[in-house]
Design a protein around this ligand. Sequence first.
Ligand SMILES: C[S@@+](CC[C@H](N)C(=O)[O-])C[C@H]1O[C@@H](n2cnc3c(N)ncnc32)[C@H](O)[C@@H]1O
Length: 186
Amino acid sequence: MTEPGYFDDLYARTADPWGLSTSAYEARKYALTVAALPHERYQRCFEPGCAIGVLTALLATRCDELVAWDGAPRALEQARARVDEPGVAFALGRVPASWPRGRFDLVVVSELLYFLGEADRAGVRDKACQSLLPDGHLVAVHWRHAFDEASTDGDAAHAELDATPGLTNVLHAVETDFRLDVWARE
Ligand SMILES: C[S@@+](CC[C@H](N)C(=O)[O-])C[C@H]1O[C@@H](n2cnc3c(N)ncnc32)[C@H](O)[C@@H]1O
C-alpha cells in the first residue's frame, strides 16, 4: 500500500511518471482495453485513478458521460488540459473512501488496485458492484509483475474480482505483462 503523499511527490518530480502519454506499450494496452468493451456505447462511466487522462480520452469516445477521479491534484490538472469534452467530469477523489453518487453502466479500473491495501481493494469491489447497473460492465487491467510499491500483483487483484459475488467474467486476456478482464454485473 502506498503512503499518503506518494503520488503527489511522484507528480511533483515527473509530469508523466509511467510514460502513459508516450509509451507504445501503454498505447497498445489502452487500445486493447477500449476494444474489449462489450457495448458500443455506455451512458455513464466511472474511471477511478484516471491519472493524466490518457485512457480517459479514449473512453470518452464511447461514453455519453464519464466521471474521472484521481487522488493527485497535479495529475488532474493535466487530465483536464488533455480532455476537454462536455460529457467528461474530472474531480479530486480517493476511492474507496469516496465514491461518486449515482449508478454506472461502466466502471474502468486501470493500474490502480495494487496501490491499495487489502481493505481498500475490498472497498472498491463492494462500491463498484453497488454502483453498477444490471448488465453493466466492470473492466480491470493491471501489470502482472511485482514492484516495490505494490500491495499485491495484478493477477491476484483480478482473482479477487473473479471471486466477487454478483460479477460474471465475460472476457479474460492474459499477456506476459498485463491482464485484462471484463465482468458483467448480474
Ligand atoms: C498508474 S496510475 C493509473 C493510470 C491510469 N488509470 C491509466 O491506466 O492510465 C495510478 C493513479 O492512481 C491514482 N490513485 C492512487 N490511489 C488512488 C485512490 N485511492 N483513489 C484515486 N486515485 C488514486 C494515482 O494518483 C495515480 O494517478
